[in-house]
Design a protein around this ligand. Structure first.
Ligand SMILES: [Zn+2]
Length: 221
């Protein structure tokens, strides 16, 4: 073999080895990206969710309907109806828990805030009737719907303490402003947690209510 051929051969081998090593590195990079990126994303979302749920359990103080000290027939009951079918306004799933009243009388049962927080939303919603939404200090949203009336004229930004009366249980909603009587008196409770930018996740309040069942204020009504 001529010296020039030898050098050409040598260079070719070096080049091929180089390509092989670089190709390997690229392939490893792909593998690394494939393995780590989705995992990192899932982990951070999971972490947000886990931390938020922990904060919910920490901030819950009172069952939203106090016990009555003066009328033993006045009680409430609730079941786990998470994602059960609802038909008003098109087929949809139930994003909350309904607390049903033993006495079907609008304006009878007080509704209290389960947490400290500030009033964020107040007023009429076609599906929710007279509703009030409380944003807790940890950023979670508590939605109390179908009220008969408010204890006072709430304004967004008003602070509330856990146990403060927000209004009275009713049967408002499922129609234009002022519609009542489309269903039995009950409180619809929804809980929403923030999941990063502009995203909210509805969580099942049933378990929180179960937890709070033995944490009821007692009012005379
Ligand atoms: Zn409901």
């Amino acid at each position: 073999m001529s010296p020039i051929r030898k050098i050409a051969c040598y260079l070719t081998v070096i080049l091929l080895l180089n390509c092989a090593v670089q190709g390997e590195l690229l392939w490893m990079e792909d593998l690394y990206a494939a393995q780590t990126l989705p995992e990192q994303n899932t982990r951070s979302e999971f972490e947000i969710y886990r931390d938020t749920m922990e904060l919910i359990w920490e901030e819950l103080q009172w069952f939203p309907v106090p016990a009555s000290s003066s009328n033993e027939r006045a009680s409430v009951a609730f079941e786990n109806t998470w994602m059960a079918e609802r038909n008003y306004g098109g087929k949809r799933s139930h994003e909350g828990t309904d607390i049903l009243a033993s006495l079907d009388e609008a304006g009878y049962y007080p509704v209290v805030s389960m947490t400290d927080g500030i009033i964020e939303q107040v007023g009429w919603l076609e599906k929710g009737g007279w509703r009030v939404g409380v944003r807790s200090e940890n950023g979670n949203y508590y939605y109390y719907a179908h009220l008969e009336s408010y204890i006072r004229e709430w304004e967004p930004g008003d602070p509330v303490k856990a146990g403060d009366i927000l209004g009275y249980m009713g049967d408002s909603g499922y129609g234009p402003e002022g519609t009542t009587g489309q269903f039995p008196v009950h409180l619809h409770l929804g809980i929403y947690v923030p999941l990063g930018a502009d995203q909210e996740l509805a969580v099942n309040p049933y378990w929180m209510l179960k937890y709070l069942e033995n944490k009821k204020l007692t009012y005379s009504y």
